[in-house]
Structure formats: C-alpha cells, structure tokens
Design a protein around this ligand. Sequence first.
Ligand code: AMP
Length: 126
Amino acid sequence: MAVDATLPYDDQNVFAKILRGEIPSRKVYEDEWALAFHDINPQAPLHILVIPKGAYVSWDDFSAKASDAEIGGFVRAVGAVAREAGVIEPGYRLLANVGPDSHQEVPHLHVHLFAGRPLGPMLVTR
Ligand code: AMP
C-alpha cells in the first residue's frame, strides 16, 4: 500500500526493523550514514536499496531536515555502492519514490539502484 510521505516517521516500518537487526537483509554495504541491501523483489538483475541510518520518511523529509553531514554521507554512500557493484561503466539507474503518486510503499527513505542489463528509457508508468 502506498504511504503518505507527509506523516510522521513510523519506527515500525520494515526498513527501521532491518536497521535495528530485527529482520534479516542481504547486506551489500554499510557505513556510518547508510545501509544497502538487495531488494527482496528485484526488478533488474541487480536491484539494491540504499537507506540512510537516520529516521526519515522520504527524500522530502531527508532533504528538509537531515544535517549536511547526513546528506553528504548518504549521497557518497550511494555512489560507493554503485562503484563497489562495478556498474559505473555499463551504467545504472537511481530512483526514489515519494508519496502516493509514486507508489512509495516503505516510509523510510530509500534509493533504488537498478543495474545489470540495458534498462531502456525511463518510464513513468508500466
Ligand atoms: P517503494 O515502492 O519505493 O517504497 O519500494 C519499496 C521496496 O522495498 C520494494 O521494491 C520492495 O520489494 C522492497 N522491500 C520490501 N520489504 C523488503 C525487505 N524486507 N527486504 C528487502 N526489500 C524489501
């Protein structure tokens, strides 16, 4: 179900539970600012989710309230995940859904990283 990204942070969301180690994930990267793990329902040969360690509902929440250090750390982490995955030369796609029209399902900011095949032109519908 799509979430309302204007609501307060819900610390029972699935990614908060992954951050606390309450449910497992297939981790690919972790640093002070971010955790990255494989999406449970991959939409490309490589589909990784990168999430900040702070409690932010969406890109909107994060860009408005996170510190410069958190934002810098998170952006650098997303880049590091892509470099470690070896997808710079073939290329990759980043996506962050915000709110109902985007069909955001998990109310903790996450950036999708898709790679592993030609991804085609960006589509806003499917
Ligand atoms: P979004 O629609 O942008 O909110 O994307 C949420 C993503 O989280 C979807 O691609 C789901 O497949 C993924 N997802 C949900 N639960 C888990 C989980 N426990 N571990 C990994 N990925 C998950």
